[in-house]
Design a protein around this ligand. Structure first.
Ligand SMILES: [Zn+2]
Ligand SMILES: [Zn+2]
Length: 255
């Protein structure tokens, strides 16, 4: 359990609170650092509990905001509040909470805190202050993370074998329902598979099959990893030649 003690949210929260109470610029800056540690402890404590199941790409991501975003791709409950009510036959009950902050919000807070961890630029050095009110606001927002117990709603992690490197690729139902492709999590491989959901089953294909030949109308399979500007390929049936051309369009209408 020693490793869990390394992630002590209350310790960092209390440090931050004491520094905010001091209130000078330097203390407020260090309070921001402690609050970033609090966020890191919150994220890493959760990942540590599933370290053997989660893809390494999630575990080895040092930025908590990115780790949570990746984790959320596999586990839709990753950044949700949890609530567990245990009731005895006698009627006594126990209510347990696990407080979370949505990853988009957590990310924003982490970056805001990070913006205070720099010295002011020369242009602003004479007028630079850190707003105590702002830091108190962030402290109050993060306090909920120190209350409650870690609750994990266990989801099923599944695997399939990568054709390129032979290592297992981890996925979940949530991932295949919400993504078009998955990348092999072996750092030395990185092969990208198209996800094809058909009749309640998911298939992983190294070929993208969303194209059809405009001459013979047959489907054309292109290796997913080759979809890039300039890649040339032929229709297997009528030998018509094609190439990809990257076109950038703006989503905004002309002013
Ligand atoms: Zn692979
Ligand atoms: Zn053709």
């Amino acid at each position: 359990m020693e490793s869990l003690q390394k992630y002590n949210k209350t310790y960092h929260f209390n440090n931050a609170k004491a520094l905010v109470d001091k209130g000078d610029t330097q203390s407020l800056r260090y309070a921001c650092l402690e609050l970033r540690f609090l966020i890191e402890a919150h994220v890493y404590e959760r990942l540590l509990r599933e370290i053997d199941e989660l893809p390494k790409s999630v575990i080895n991501t040092w930025q908590p905001s990115k780790a949570v975003r990746l984790h959320g791709k596999f586990d839709k409950y990753a950044d949700m509040d949890m609530h567990l009510l245990l009731t005895c036959p006698s009627g006594e009950s126990m209510d347990i909470h696990y407080n979370n902050i949505k990853y988009s919000e957590l990310n924003k807070t982490y970056n805001t805190l990070g913006s205070y961890l720099h010295l002011p630029m020369p242009e602003k050095v004479n007028s630079y202050t850190i707003s105590k009110t702002k830091i108190i606001e962030l402290l109050d927002k993060l306090e909920k993370l120190t209350v409650g117990n870690l609750i994990i709603y266990k989801i099923d992690y599944k695997t399939f074998c990568c054709k390129a490197c032979g290592k297992n690729i981890i996925y979940t139902d949530h991932y295949v329902e919400t993504n078009d492709s998955i990348v092999c999590q072996n750092d030395n491989c990185g092969c990208e598979y198209a996800i094809i959901n058909e009749g309640g089953r998911s298939e992983f294909s190294l070929d993208y099959k969303g194209l059809s030949c405009h001459i013979c109308t047959k489907q054309i399979a292109v290796p997913y990893s080759k979809i890039e500007d300039g890649y040339k390929f032929k229709c297997d049936y009528c030998s018509t030649e094609f190439s990809f051309e990257l076109i950038i369009r703006s989503d905004n209408p002309k002013p």
